[in-house]
Design a protein around this ligand. Structure first.
Ligand code: ADP
Ligand code: MG
Length: 153
């Protein structure tokens, strides 16, 4: 993980998707770039496409995307990828104390890849993660804004 620094401003990419499969493709593209210990913080309203994006991320890390659904009964779902495990978390229904108890920091420290829906609910979220913001643009259109810290070289 890298430190936020004045020499490495964040890089923002904005794209618009039409239909779920395009959002999945965007997630897949990000997933391919992720390394052990990478964290993706996902923000946006219900139905904005966060879970669809994670389905693509799973494909991008080489996991079975068909397994990806909204975590309901298990708080953290795990999908085995090529040389990494993608941990998928949805904080929507959780209280702050429950979020602290999930041990997300430990997952990150253990070099997992972690995708977190409703990331704003985790006060202790890392500041050097990839942030992905989802917006409804009506019907099947969504805007996806990705903000990534450049590694300090
Ligand atoms: P979230 O996890 O943000 O609540 P989901 O990914 O579970 O959202 O659901 C998104 C819903 O919106 C799905 O029913 C999907 O089919 C629909 N949808 C329509 N257009 C898009 C799009 N461009 N991107 C993602 N989902 C879309
Ligand atoms: Mg979801």
């Amino acid at each position: 993980m890298t430190e936020r620094s004045a020499q490495s401003p964040p890089v923002t990419a904005v794209q618009e998707t039409v239909g779920e499969s395009q959002t999945e493709a965007a997630g897949e593209a990000l997933g391919r770039t992720l390394r052990a210990g990478s964290v993706a913080l996902l923000y946006g309203d219900l139905g904005a496409g966060k879970t669809a994006f994670v389905r693509g991320m799973a494909r991008g890390v080489g996991a079975d995307a068909d397994e990806v659904s909204s975590p309901t009964f298990t708080l953290i779902q795990e999908y085995a990828g090529r040389g990494c495990i993608l941990h998928h978390v949805d904080l929507y229904r959780l209280e702050p104390a429950e979020i602290e108890d999930l041990g997300l920091d430990d997952l990150i420290a253990a070099r997992g890849v972690v995708a977190i829906e409703w990331a704003e609910r985790w006060n202790g979220r890392p500041t050097d993660a990839v942030e992905v913001w989802f917006e409804h643009l009506g019907e099947d259109r969504r805007r996806i804004r990705t903000i990534q810290q450049l590694p300090v070289t």
